[in-house]
Design a protein around this ligand. Sequence first.
Ligand code: SAM
Length: 210
Amino acid sequence: MMAPRRGHKWFAAWYDRMCARAAYLGPVRRELAGGATGRVLEVGCGTGANFEYYPPEAQVVATEPDPYMLARARRRARESGRRLALVQAVAENLPFSDASFDVVVATLVFCSVDDPGRALAEVTRVLRPGGELRFFEHVRYDGGLLALAQDAVAPIWSWFGAGCHPNRDLTRLLAEAGLEVVRLERSKPLPPLPPMCLARPHVLGVARVP
Ligand SMILES: C[S@@+](CC[C@H](N)C(=O)[O-])C[C@H]1O[C@@H](n2cnc3c(N)ncnc32)[C@H](O)[C@@H]1O
């Protein structure tokens, strides 16, 4: 059982209404959750915006540490009609056995975890050999002024964004976790205007446990 976490009541409400079901995320959720079969783990499920997209036959366990996000996710799980188990847990310490899942789904999560290296090590541990992480994340620019701006605003961004970091290098973190990237698509779905230009580019992909 996870130690109680304070959570972000107002961020959860704002995120649920303003971000979780943004139009650009619909096709992403359909692609990532819709293609997840077998024993599926979703980490940092937030308010449960992926739930309605899982195939009905998938056996889904969704984790989320924030109690306010989790309360909304419970409601969405009921509404989705899917058989879903919800567990309060951080991605850095997953309460599951080694190699117990076929697929892990993560959307907009590794920007927010405290220790992304440890979280990805846990994802690798709970996936079976050949299992896949299906992800969609916003990441640091490869370089240039916008990357430096992301680094500069990271502390204040994180304070306002419930721990979100705009400048994570996910590709490097995946490699360090021993995951093999088999698909990676970059996009810039948000407008090139401040402040949202700092929460892009995005990467959608699949990484496998060798
Ligand atoms: C931007 S929201 C994304 C929520 C959801 N995945 C989605 O696609 O809408 C980031 C989520 O990561 C969760 N989170 C923060 N720290 C975490 C951690 N250490 N482990 C797992 N999830 C975490 C937050 O509580 C929040 O629900």
